[in-house]
Structure formats: C-alpha cells, structure tokens
Design a protein around this ligand. Structure first.
Ligand code: SF4
Ligand code: SF4
Length: 287
C-alpha cells in the first residue's frame, strides 16, 4: 500500500505523522517528497553517504546568431520562461517546464535542448527500518515536480510506502499524491487548519484517492471544528494526537515521540489497520 501524508499548510505535524507511522510498522519505506525542505531524515536518524543521484531537467539553449526575433517561442511558452529584449532572446531556465515546445516552433533552429541539474536524490545507508529516501530541490529552483517524480521511481514493490508530501495543494503535492492508495490529511483544530484542510480535501477528491483525517495538537474543546467537517464530507477521523508538551519537546529535539512513548506504536499500527479498512471499502464501492 502507498500512503501519502499531506497537510493543507506547513507546521501541522505532517512529518511527525509520516515518520512515527513509518517507524511503528514493519517492512516500510519512507520517501521524503517535501523536497524544498526535507527534514524526515532528522527523525529517522538517516545516514547518508557521499553518493547521490542527480535530477536533471532539460531546458532550451539559445544560439543568438540564428535567432531572427520572430517571437514565436515567446508566444508559445505558457510559463513566461522566454522573453525578447530588443532582438535578444532571454531564457529563464528556473521557471521552464521542459515541454520542448519552443524548440519545435522555432523556424531557424536557434533553440536546442540543454540539461541542468536541479536537485538530488539520497538514500539512507543504515539498512534500518524504514528504508528511507529523500528528494532535494536545489536552492533557487522553481519546479519541484521532476525531483518528486524521480524520487517516486524508487518506490519499493514489497514494502508499505509512506510519502511525506509538500504542504499545500499545488503541483508538487499533487505529484507526491498521484498513484497513492490513500491520503492521510493532517490538520490542527483551528479555523486556519480547517480552511487549509478543505483545500486538501478538494484536491484528493479531484484525484479520486480515498482519504482520512488526523488531528494533531488535538484539544477536546476545539476538535469539533474538524470533526463536524469530516462528518459532513464523509471522511473518517482516524487519529487524534494531543496537544502535549512532551511531544512538542521531543519534536524540537528531532526525536520521534513513539520512541519515548512506545504505547503510541500500537496506535499507529491500529491507524494502519483502519486505513486498510477504508481502502477496502472504497474498492468495494467502486466494484
Ligand atoms: S521548454 Fe516549454 S516551458 Fe520551457 S521555455 Fe520552452 S516552451 Fe517554455
Ligand atoms: S522562435 Fe527562434 S527565431 Fe523566433 S524568437 Fe524564438 S529563438 Fe528566435
């Protein structure tokens, strides 16, 4: 099963859930697809070697002497990655989406395909469970999706795969969630949390992926905010992690709280069993 852990906004506890779930289950693989600021490695205590895999992106390269300033490539590019300054064509590779269209429309073959490294994929060498991989987007790069796509090529066939996605509901989050069996939506019981949760729910509905909700920093008197919404959307409220000083302290030290509070491992295993139930129900409803 492939489970993607999502949150509508950063700082809600997505990595806490992803890492503690991965550590509580046997035979798991954790992929950190929050490639702009991956930090699951801290909680997993990953040991990286010097070896890593480059993520290469293609982008157009201009040969000015062949350019007749016809603007066809500029008009074709939907991402504003090309601009004509007088007769000089400027290429902004950071925002190019590598579609190759500008190269095809150029009448003088002034544009050719070049390559650029935009990130890296690293793997934990410790051989502990969970098997761990992380994607890293180079500073200044705009397009995280190629790094996430390449990271997901390392998904294990014979393990439960947990993907720690980028917060939000834009392209990198969608790229992480695509092809998952289940999306775990982590939120907090505040109006802001609810607002961002709604966007994440809209996204998983569009993708047609079964989902459930976890309340992090749960407080009994405020949880109704999320519980009522979950009920109205027909989504299971799968787990509540309390607003707890020790959990916050352990997080600040980079320690997964299941390590100091081992009773939580059984709760995360139960969470996994409940996810299996939701996925099975969704499959039954489709048939
Ligand atoms: S490859 Fe596509 S996205 Fe990149 S500059 Fe050309 S048209 Fe724009
Ligand atoms: S399409 Fe080719 S010739 Fe026309 S402006 Fe672009 S690079 Fe220059």
């Amino acid at each position: 099963m492939i489970i993607t852990v999502l949150s509508g906004k950063g700082g809600t506890g997505k990595t806490t859930v992803a890492t503690n779930l991965a550590l509580s289950l046997a035979n798991t693989q954790l992929l950190d697809a929050d490639v702009e600021e991956p930090n699951s490695a801290i909680f997993i205590n990953a040991e990286f070697s010097d070896r890593s895999e480059a993520v290469i992106k293609t982008n157009p390269v201009i040969e000015q002497s062949k350019c007749i300033a016809c603007r066809q490539c500029v008009e074709f590019c939907q991402y504003n990655a090309l601009a004509l300054l007088g007769k000089q064509l400027l290429v902004f590779p950071e925002i190019c989406h590598s579609c190759g269209g500008c190269i095809m429309v150029c009448p003088t073959a002034a544009l050719t395909e070049g390559e650029r490294e935009i990130g890296r994929i690293r793997a934990d060498q410790s051989n502990r469970n969970p098997e761990f991989w992380q994607g890293e987007l180079n500073i200044g790069e705009e397009t995280a999706v190629p790094v996430i796509v390449q990271l997901k090529q390392h998904r294990a066939e014979d393990k439960t795969v947990i993907i720690d996605a980028q917060p939000g509901s834009s392209c990198p989050t969608i790229a992480a969630a695509l092809d998952s069996d289940f999306c775990l939506l982590v939120t907090e019981p505040t109006p802001f949390g609810l607002n961002d949760l709604k966007m994440a729910v809209e996204m998983v509905k569009e993708l047609g992926i079964p989902a459930g909700i976890i309340i992090n920093r749960s407080e009994e008197e405020y949880d109704y905010l999320i519980a009522e919404y979950a009920q109205s959307e027909g989504l299971a409220l799968l787990l509540k992690i309390p607003f707890d000083r020790e959990i916050a302290f352990l997080y600040s030290k980079g320690i997964p709280f299941t390590e100091n509070q081992p009773e939580w491992r059984a709760k995360f295993r139960q969470l996994y069993a409940n996810i299996e139930g939701v996925v099975q129900n969704a499959a039954d409803n489709r048939n």
